[in-house]
Design a binder for this molecule. Structure first.
Ligand SMILES: COc1ccc([C@@H]2N[C@@H](C)[C@@H](O)[C@H]2O)cc1
Length: 449
């Protein structure tokens, strides 16, 4: 191994209560809201074909004109309680909220810049009411923060000259001040979700970022910080020069999901997902494929089955309301969660052979295994292969308490579960209770008639 001062500081999973809670979340919500929500992907009647929250980077948009959007920020219909109520009904256990995106506009009244809500017509703090509304409903809050800040004149993409270095040192202090300010103002926040850390300027700050991370963790014991915050002294990000993960969970899964358990290297991770192909901030026109409730439920199931959390993004409108499509998805997901959330919360990789019908989730600390079924075979028979000397002792359907199944043993620890109906409106969950039958004392079951 390579001697590292600023590489990963822990190997393997954190076992403290805060991280065990994070690991158990299953389902989260992302919220991208800011000045970019006003143009919503359009400028001078032209469609920006990138992600709406990146519109300031479009050559059509003069930076000072973009920044004057601050004087239009006045979400008169913003109501933190209603966003949190929607999220509660959807069944999310945590929310990641943009405090400052790449454009540099702060949704909290930071005292380190004038480019904040305090100087908008709205005037009031947005982050405080959101933290309160979500937290009191038992939804943990993670604060999204972009290191890259297009508004701050001291930001640099790289450090080439003495002047760059002097300016970037000011920028580093500004960044530290804002982060400590956020942790001080919003002590209920459980973690920080960093973005905008790929440029050389920041990648060269291994020592500074490492000491800032240590300072934040000391200030807020249990604080959860992802792998994207800092690079090691060789510029390695997410995984240090020895291949150990930086931070507490892997943040690389943005709009993509791991295929198999070896893709996640035994680490915690979350997948952050957009409803359209690639829009995080509110965009007037959603082009291309818009994901359905069933698609999103399958992504959720896949993430939890592979030891991760699934975080669905919402891009609120400039007036502070949520768009209909997102409210409908929250309702659809929430309805499914009302029946099946026990297969999602406290779920982990079950260690069973993946089958075509869907995903296994093991309830942490129990022998309970959930079968989240998305693809019913024409045979109506769900194949289940358990580790040898393990038997199925009971199978029942979460959706229909009366519905239980008698598995047919077709080989050693190999079964068919014969479904009783052919068509299903929604994905459904069967609960497997397993028993050790090495001493052949396992529960017996009738051979299927
Ligand atoms: C260089 O490519 C990207 C892509 C997306 C991002 C941001 N991360 C997502 C969570 C959104 O905030 C998006 O703007 C940044 C850089």
């Amino acid at each position: 191994t390579i001697a590292l001062q600023h590489g990963a500081h822990g190997v393997g999973r954190r076992r403290d209560a805060a991280m065990e809670k994070w690991r158990a979340y299953g389902l989260g919500q992302f919220v991208h809201w800011g000045l970019y929500s006003i143009p919503a992907g359009e400028w001078n009647g032209k469609q920006y074909n990138g992600a709406a929250e990146w519109i300031k980077s479009w050559k059509e948009v003069p930076a000072t004109t973009y920044d004057s959007l601050m004087y239009q920020f006045n979400p008169t219909k913003f109501n933190a309680e209603s966003w949190a109520a929607t999220a509660k009904q959807m069944g999310v256990k945590y929310v990641t909220i943009t405090t400052k995106h790449h454009d540099g506009f702060c949704l909290w009244p930071s005292k380190y810049t004038n480019f904040t809500v305090a100087n908008s017509p709205y005037k009031k703090d947005i982050i405080g009411p959101l933290v309160k509304a979500y937290d009191r409903r038992g939804i943990d809050v993670i604060l999204y923060f972009s290191i890259m800040d297009w508004h701050n004149p001291d930001w640099r993409y790289d450090i080439k000259t003495r002047e760059d270095s002097v300016a970037f040192d000011r920028f580093k202090q500004f960044t530290r001040n804002q982060l400590l300010e956020l942790l001080t103002l919003y002590p209920a926040a459980k973690g920080l979700w960093f973005d905008g850390t790929w440029d050389k300027s920041w990648v060269k700050q291994a020592a500074f970022a490492d000491s800032l991370e240590k300072e934040m963790r000391a200030m807020r014991p249990g604080l959860i910080i992802g792998s994207r915050f800092r690079a090691d002294e060789y510029g390695k990000r997410h995984f240090d020069s020895n291949g150990n993960m930086m931070g507490d969970y892997e943040q690389g899964w943005e709009r993509k999901i791991p295929e198999k358990i070896t893709d996640v290297h035994g680490n915690d991770w979350d997948c952050v997902m957009t409803v359209p192909e690639n829009q995080w901030g509110y965009s007037k026109i959603w082009k291309g494929h818009i994901k359905t409730t069933d698609e999103l439920l399958e992504m959720l199931a896949k993430c939890v089955s592979l030891d991760g959390n699934f975080v669905l993004n919402f891009g609120p409108k400039p007036d502070g309301t949520l768009r209909t499509e997102e409210l409908d998805l929250a309702k659809g997901i929430g309805a499914w969660m009302d029946t099946n959330s026990e297969a999602i919360y406290n779920g982990e990789y079950a260690g069973l052979v993946k089958q075509d019908w869907g995903y296994y989730v093991k309830k942490t600390g129990t022998n309970k295994i959930y079968m989240l079924v998305f693809n019913v075979p024409v045979s109506g028979a769900l194949n289940v292969v358990l580790p040898s000397r393990t038997a199925i002792s009971k199978v029942y359907d979460l959706g229909g308490p009366g519905l239980s199944y008698v598995p047919e043993e077709i080989g050693t620890s190999t079964y068919f579960i014969h479904l009783k109906q052919q068509t299903f409106k929604r994905p459904f969950v069967l609960v497997l209770e397993t028993a050790d039958n090495s001493k052949n004392s396992g529960a017996q079951y009738q051979k299927a008639k």
